[in-house]
Design a protein around this ligand. Sequence first.
Ligand SMILES: Nc1nc2c(c(=O)[nH]1)N[C@H]1C(S)=C(S)[C@@H](COP(=O)(O)O)O[C@H]1N2
Ligand SMILES: [Mo]
Length: 262
Amino acid sequence: MAFQLSRRRFLTGASVAGSSLALSGCDAFDGLTRNGSAVRSVLEQANSLTYRVQRMLLSSDALAQEFAESEIRQPQRPNGVTQPADALYRSMSEGGFADYRLTVKGLVDKPLSLTLAELQAMPARTQITRHDCVEGWSCIAKWTGVPLAHVLDQAKPKAAARFAVFQCFDTIDRSLSGDIKYYESIDLIDARHPQTILAYGLNGETLPVANGAPLRLRVERQLGYKMAKYVHTVELVDSLEGFGGGKGGYWEDNGYDWFAGI
Ligand SMILES: Nc1nc2c(c(=O)[nH]1)N[C@H]1C(S)=C(S)[C@@H](COP(=O)(O)O)O[C@H]1N2
Ligand SMILES: [Mo]
């Protein structure tokens, strides 16, 4: 059967070794990956296989490599949206993010609304890691933030929670049904990983707007597009169906793998 063959080809090919499919970078997509395309549905099958296989192969607490200060060779290259035009974001940014709140909601016993000062008063972690974008570039940078696990502990996740969904301020695309905001999601294994932080600092400075101010996700064993910038809400859910196109992220809705493990 052709379908079985394709699955097997994906399994023995790139999808086990790394993160997979030879889709191009953060650029716009061509018609191949639109809804309903045969190629797209094969890619989706491969994606869920990739997730299961990689989750079996990767130990859940393995750390991503960390680097020395001397290995930071250039500023973190801004990519994707770098200056959200959204009115709410602009007014908050003009006010130095004094009105910013991180909302933590969904399948939690204790929903939270946290100021930046409150987030910065929590235990902090600093890590020098390499950011890999599917466009084919990497950057080593030093990130400082609060471990997501700590924030989740405060919110007391319910047993049914499986994923954390990150909602962002920036409009990444427009459709007939309105503006499309960037969003992303990870499973609770990655959410609780020690290097998964909500970062407010970059290379020893306040996180710049171009790199996601005031707060962006770092999930160091995943590709760049998983690392949502301009995050305003973390929602714990048991299914990704209710968000965007239902695939767990803006780029995933456009054909990228949901599990972008590296
Ligand atoms: N909100 C938001 N998050 C985002 C993006 C974006 O456009 N909007 N781009 C993603 C991509 S493709 C990459 S490579 C990184 C870039 O982060 P940087 O600008 O700090 O390099 O952010 C990711 N997170
Ligand atoms: Mo990217």
